[in-house]
Design a binder for this molecule. Sequence first.
Ligand SMILES: Nc1ncnc2c1ncn2[C@@H]1O[C@H](COP(=O)(O)OP(=O)(O)OP(=O)(O)O)[C@@H](O)[C@H]1O
Length: 286
Amino acid sequence: MRGYVEMFRLGKTYDTHRGPVVIVEEFDLNLAKGEYVALLGHSGCGKSTVLTMVAGLNPITTGGVVIDGREIDGPGPDRGVVFQSPCLMPWMTALDNVMLGVNQVYSRSSKRDRIDLASYYLNLVGLGGSLNKRAKDLSQGMQQRVGIARAFALRPKMLLLDEPFGMLDSLTRMELQEILLEILMRDKVTTVMVTHDVDEALFMSDRVVMMTNGPRARVGAIFSLPFERPRQRADVLDHPEYYEYRGKMIQFLEEQDHKKLQAEANARQRVKQSTPAETEPTAASV
Ligand SMILES: Nc1ncnc2c1ncn2[C@@H]1O[C@H](COP(=O)(O)OP(=O)(O)OP(=O)(O)O)[C@@H](O)[C@H]1O
């Protein structure tokens, strides 16, 4: 199946002091236009590596990524990225932080139009009353709202979210999840979100892609979720299949855990077998 976004045989090898290590291998995934996919897997399996390769921020070792028919070869305004921490310019206002990208991408538009665009998205994330507050004076949740507005204001083809709510308290996290879904209902941006949170993946996504443990991580399983949009949290939680999908995802992660422990035990066994047996010192050798 061809997709609006195609990741084909995506692979990443990092050079380490112990030599090259293949972290991600043969990662294949296609997304339809407007689809929301969550990437879930154990810590260190390579989720952020996949995301940053798609963002063009991390050189691809093998394979490639095609977005709307064009193969990417670096970062670009067609992809909006939101990390766990929004990295704003602390001395600049919320509006100016969003304007930074807007000015670059829409340099031919009038200043008024650019301000309107940035203000529109800041309003949508609930910061209409804080446009002129400096980033350093905003709470962590408000800063992350600026980060989300900044990504949407570029009108990207694709949104890449790396644990975007990971540093927020659970109430703020839930509120921002809902705001993000509301904006996505309007803008229909194709989205990949890295998360550790099974419930977040279930609430937000159309499909959840489970990654196997690294090294050589790849797509291990894909769950297409039956929850309708627009979504209300209570409806999703009450859906008769919610706990079935949740259970399958947790089972997948537990199986990966088990495989990891088994691989570690095998490695220890190999080291033990290859180490010469210790000998008792003799009188002559002391
Ligand atoms: N620049 C690098 N050089 C060498 N190894 C790296 C580099 N970046 C990441 N790695 C390693 O690649 C593996 C995958 O890292 P990555 O951050 O993609 O995993 P992750 O699944 O996103 O982890 P987490 O869930 O903990 O954020 C890890 O073992 C990490 O140590």
